[in-house]
Design a protein around this ligand. Structure first.
Ligand SMILES: [Ca+2]
Ligand SMILES: [Ca+2]
Length: 440
């Protein structure tokens, strides 16, 4: 018997409605892109990810035909106005055809690849390029990323599409900076600090030295570090075979503090549609643990998606897993908390992450795509007087639309809890954040 027998009537039409749209977004997204990635060790993970994202198609920096500006105009489009873009540091919405913003080399080109030209794919790589307010771009200069303090200079964000704004309090929603050149510090605003961290992680994995597999042109090996001496020594005015940027410890912190959001996912997919390669850390943020934090064990997983939509309690519902990601342990438990009391809900699962804004009129957002199974653990749950519920998950029998399946070693699964809510007497529904676990 599949989970069909436990289907909860309100969500059922919702997911049927979504099926078409999800299939399309999945086809345009990752598909089988990462099938050859081998997570069994740090070395295999690094080598296999590099092979997947290597040798992208270079677009010219500036040209009468499609160039990096054309691509970024789509990649950073304002979600509320297709004639505008939202920039990375100031969070300002600019007319696409007006002034005030330009292209920021988030990995400063002076550290390893200073010259534009057909032989230099890092210079025009649109995963590394972000539109920025021009004056903020100048202020950033080529300072390494890092954490600042209240004594630093503030570069506030604009309030755009419900995020950013305010000033005068550290860190607030602002960017902060001190010093100059390779001894300086540039702290990215909280809205985009994770985006920038994952951009730097991409740079480290995409550029491993050697030659472009199709054009044959030499490429740098870009590496992240906390060693400011190595970073400073990379700024030579010439192409370098090995070049450094950082600060790695701050980038790691920012990665965890600012999970992947829809704007970032959209930029990744748009750039991929031109260049033919994706940022693996936007699609698989959990790979950062092994490659940059030295944690290659089968961790229980990570939060992702962070829709952060408050419910009638005034808080956002939380999800986490406990137990073990080792299948042999048969010990995996999902917990949801900060729910309204005495309400019904259940856990959903899918191998594919996604993002659907307020599906079917829900107050919250769905963080899954592809084949979504309902009622993980086989039970519709009740949050009771504590406002939370949990379920022991049988990993040999996860619900899927075509019937229950057993989790196989190496598979990554995404989980989220859906729950009923009522706000102002109106029935609605909502979701927790997403949780992702890779099982071994
Ligand atoms: Ca972000
Ligand atoms: Ca590298």
């Amino acid at each position: 018997m599949t989970s069909e027998s436990h289907s909860y009537p309100r969500l059922r039409p919702l997911l049927v409605t979504l099926t078409g749209a999800l299939a399309v977004s999945s086809a345009l997204g990752q598909g089988s892109y990462y099938d050859t990635v081998d997570t069994s060790s740090e070395a295999t993970l690094r080598a296999t990810i590099h092979e997947v994202i290597d040798d992208h198609t270079r677009f010219p920096y500036t040209s009468g035909s499609t160039d990096t500006t054309d691509i970024l105009r789509i990649a950073q489009q304002d979600p509320t106005d297709f004639n505008r873009i939202v920039d990375v540091y100031r969070n300002e919405s600019f007319s696409k055809t007006g002034g005030g913003f330009n292209r920021e080399h988030t990995w400063p080109k002076s550290y390893g690849f200073p010259d534009d030209g057909p032989t230099n794919s890092a210079y025009t790589d649109c995963h590394l390029l972000w539109f920025s307010d021009s004056s903020y771009n100048s202020s950033r200069s080529n300072k390494p990323f890092g954490n600042c303090s209240a004594g630093c200079s503030e570069l506030p964000t604009a309030s755009t599409n419900g995020a950013g704004g305010g000033s005068g309090v550290f860190p607030g929603n602002s960017n902060w900076t001190a010093g100059s050149f390779s001894s300086g510090t540039w702290q990215v605003n909280p809205i985009r600090k994770g985006d920038i961290a994952r951009t730097m992680f991409y740079a480290d994995l995409r550029y491993e030295g050697g030659n472009h597999g199709i054009t044959g042109f030499a490429e740098p090996d870009l590496r992240l570090t906390d060693n400011l001496g190595l970073i400073s020594a990379s700024s030579t005015g010439s192409n370098e075979s090995v070049a450094y940027m950082g600060r790695l410890a701050a980038l790691l912190e920012w990665h965890y503090a600012d999970p992947v959001d829809q704007f970032e996912m959209n930029k990744n997919s748009v750039v991929a549609s031109f260049q033919g390669n994706r940022n693996p850390f936007v699609d698989h943020p959990e790979w950062v643990d092994c490659l940059f934090a030295g944690d290659c064990g089968p961790g229980i997983g990570d939060l992702y998606c962070s829709p952060n939509v408050v419910n009638s309690t005034g808080a956002s519902a939380q999800i986490e897993a406990r137990g073990s990601a080792l299948l042999v342990d048969a010990d995996y438990r999902l917990l949801a908390s900060s729910l309204p009391t005495n309400t019904l809900g259940y856990f959903l699962c899918s191998e594919a992450a996604g993002f659907v804004f307020q599906p079917g009129g829900s107050q919250g957002n769905l963080c899954l795509s592809g084949s979504i199974g309902r009622v993980v653990g086989g039970q519709v749950l009740n949050s009771g007087f504590v406002g939370g519920f949990a379920v022991d998950v049988d990993l040999t029998s996860l619900p899927q639309p075509q019937g229950n399946v057993a989790v196989m070693s190496g598979e990554t699964w995404h989980f989220q809890a859906w729950f009923r809510d009522a706000i102002g007497g109106q029935a609605t529904s909502n979701f927790t954040d997403g949780w992702v676990t890779t099982f071994e």
